[in-house]
Design a protein around this ligand. Structure first.
Ligand SMILES: [Zn+2]
Ligand SMILES: [Zn+2]
Length: 240
């Protein structure tokens, strides 16, 4: 018992180790990564060229016209954006958020200000990408719902955690699973339980990370079949 208390006191008194470089994190607000690692992380500033639909990183220079990656042509959402590239401080934060329902102050601020500079200002409802019942029981919380609550509070847009559900439990995406395999594993995995609450709403679909887009596209498909207007996708990170 004594050691347990002593241990937690130590954690309080001493800075945590950065999950990337193992130097100490001096500022609690930085979360699991130190300031230098945050500086090295590619956060989107608005200057770079991103796919106008899915938000994929295309080049660091700006472009004079709208550019599309075309891998997202068939996706059902209208457009997607993320805080930055899934690397360093952002990937460490996303992995941490899968273990604990905690979002550091710095990341909260980045998330909210990225939304404020996005083209998603006509969103009327925030919907987190749901977990299956099985995964929710295993994890104890839905990381997308944690992010959604933070955003809903800051931007005063209603949150709906109940209407969109994941009816099929799909195994975790594995490295080496190609786009087609991912797409098939989540096809028709989602359904809308309360269509009345979705009808006519411009939905901001929130998740921690955007990988192939198959999951959010299938969520968007279910939302649109049930009368949603626009469907935007908003995530912490976008994989390269
Ligand atoms: Zn570091
Ligand atoms: Zn794209």
């Amino acid at each position: 018992m004594f050691y347990k208390i002593f241990d937690s006191l130590l954690t309080l008194a001493y800075p945590q180790a950065c999950q990337i470089c193992e130097n100490s994190v001096e500022n609690l607000a930085d979360g699991v990564a130190c300031q230098p690692c945050w500086t090295k992380t590619n956060l989107f500033s608005g200057i770079e060229t991103l796919c106008a639909k899915c938000g994929a990183f295309l080049q660091s220079k700006p472009s004079d016209f709208q550019t599309f990656c075309h891998r997202c042509d068939e996706h059902f959402y209208d457009s997607a954006c993320a805080v930055g590239i899934y690397e360093l401080a952002l990937s460490a934060s996303v992995l941490h958020l899968k273990r604990e329902p905690f979002v550091a102050k710095k990341l909260q601020k980045l998330f909210v200000s990225r939304f404020q500079s996005s083209d998603f200002q006509d969103a009327t409802l925030i919907v987190p990408v749901p977990l299956s019942k099985k995964r929710l029981l295993e994890r104890g919380f839905n990381q997308a719902a944690v992010l959604s609550k933070i955003l809903a509070k800051q931007i005063s847009v209603n949150l709906d955690e109940q209407s969109l559900v994941r009816k099929i439990h799909t195994p975790m995406h594995r490295v080496g699973m190609d786009g087609k395999a991912r797409e098939m594993s989540v096809e028709n995995a989602f359904e809308v339980k309360r269509p009345k609450l979705i009808k006519g709403e411009n939905v901001l679909l929130v998740d921690d990370v955007f990988t192939s887009g198959a999951t959010v596209s299938n969520c968007a498909k279910a939302l649109k079949i049930n009368g949603a207007g626009k469907v935007y996708v908003f995530t912490l990170a976008k994989t390269l």
